[in-house]
Ligand binder design. Structure first.
Ligand code: HEC
Length: 109
């Protein structure tokens, strides 16, 4: 006598979609920190000490960046997009949300 039992496992569908609660404008610093992992090969986040590029601690408190521009959101975004002087251009490597999150994170440094 054989008895076969079926366990119907139904409720375990992973609901992976986290609601995208309007991160558009301000960005999500926690997510930005994850994005920053690919920047941290060249940039310190906990000091201003130079790695490949300048350390980014206190970036937004600086008078100006190496290119002479004030570290406003727009200028930092432009630097990320354009790169230059040894920094890769991220225009196509990161999407807008990732860049906004990244900037939110950089502001916390
Ligand atoms: C391959 C190394 C490399 C990577 C990866 C890299 N950078 Fe850079 N970055 C540099 C270098 C070198 C400079 C200095 C360029 C200059 O003097 O104009 C720089 C400059 C900058 C500046 C301007 C800082 C200042 O004070 O002038 C910012 C902001 C910046 N990077 C952000 C980022 C972010 C955000 C990422 C990740 C998306 C990133 N970088 C990835 C090498 C890198």
């Amino acid at each position: 006598m054989q008895k076969s039992t079926f366990f119907v496992c139904c409720a375990a569908l992973a609901i992976g979609a986290v609601p995208a609660f309007a991160a558009d404008d301000k960005g999500d610093a926690a997510k930005g920190k994850e994005v920053f992992e690919q920047c941290s090969v060249c940039h310190n986040s906990d000091s201003t000490e130079k790695k490949m590029g300048p350390g980014l601690k206190g970036l937004f408190q600086k008078d100006k960046m190496a290119n002479g521009k004030a570290p406003t959101e727009a200028n930092v975004r432009a630097k990320i997009n354009e790169g230059g002087n040894g920094m890769p251009a991220y225009t196509e490597m990161l999407n807008d949300t990732e860049k906004t999150d990244l900037i939110a994170y950089l502001k916390t440094l």
